[in-house]
Ligand binder design. Structure first.
Ligand SMILES: [Fe+2]
Length: 265
């Protein structure tokens, strides 16, 4: 199974770089659509829009509807969950009504679980007893397939960048770590939020964090020729080889040695 991941698009029509943010997203989707083999699914790990306004979600949705792969989204701290749900449910968000925007996708050999880590009033993640109860319910609803979880906030100590703890308390992050490990079936966790490429582990579970799709907000050092080139992640997962993550540069050279090639025109 091949999962394409984008994150932190921060679509915002009032930003000075509004057109760039939109074109970064548009170019990234075009690049993903040209992949061969095509990814099975596209996930967005939050901060879809910067100010949470309906018009920004409408713009993001119009660009993301061009994705050939089915899309599923998780909320970030910049998102307005109600407006995100309004623009993306049910086609790219299967959450039922209510405060939490969490859900499972059962259409693939691996189950996908979107986790809502958005806190009230802070930009950090939260994971309360209620969050844990809901996640255990989602995990235990099916007991045979491996699970890939995706969420906005990285649930480990990120020692690159300004703030290692991305949750409101260490206890909230530890609760999420315990819950992810409870079944033994979660095989990978994909996140965004810190706008840079990094990764860690929760016990045996690898956590991969992708850089910001919006190039103007991306952290980390990139050479000048890459500054206007979005980066996205492709995660290949199979029973024999486990997880292999590739960072792809939008509009990079025509072919990769690994068989993931741009379609010829
Ligand atoms: Fe962000």
């Amino acid at each position: 199974m091949i999962i394409a991941q984008i994150s932190d698009t921060h679509v915002f029509r009032d930003a000075p770089d509004a057109d760039l943010r939109a074109s970064d997203l548009e170019r990234t989707i075009a690049d993903i659509n040209a992949l061969k083999p095509a990814p099975d699914v596209l996930i967005h790990t939050g901060d879809m829009a910067h100010g949470g306004r309906r018009e920004d979600y409408a713009l993001a949705a119009s660009l993301l509807r061009k994705s050939h792969a089915p899309l599923y989204v998780a909320p970030g701290n910049r998102d307005d969950k109600e407006n995100l749900r309004h623009a993306f449910s049910p086609w790219a968000c299967r959450a039922s009504g209510g405060e939490f925007l969490d859900y499972a996708i059962e259409d693939f050999p691996l189950r996908l679980i979107a986790i809502d880590t958005v806190s009230r009033g802070t930009n950090k993640g939260d994971f309360s007893e209620e969050h844990a109860r809901r996640l255990i319910e989602l995990i235990d609803a099916e007991t045979t397939k491996p699970i890939v979880a995706f969420m906005h906030h990285p649930p480990y100590i990120v020692t690159v960048g300004p703030d290692p703890l991305n949750f409101v308390t260490p206890e909230a992050m530890a609760r999420l770590q315990r819950t992810l490990q409870h079944s033994g079936r979660v095989i990978a966790v994909f996140c965004g939020h810190v706008h840079r490429s990094t990764g860690g582990r929760i016990g045996a579970i690898p956590v991969v964090v992708m850089p910001c799709t919006a190039t103007s907000l991306r952290k980390g050092d990139y050479p000048p020729q890459m500054r206007d080139r979005p980066v996205y992640h492709l995660h290949r997962i199979d029973a024999a080889n486990g997880l292999c993550t590739q960072a792809r540069i939008v509009e990079a050279a025509a072919a990769d040695a690994d068989g993931c090639q741009r379609r010829s025109a």
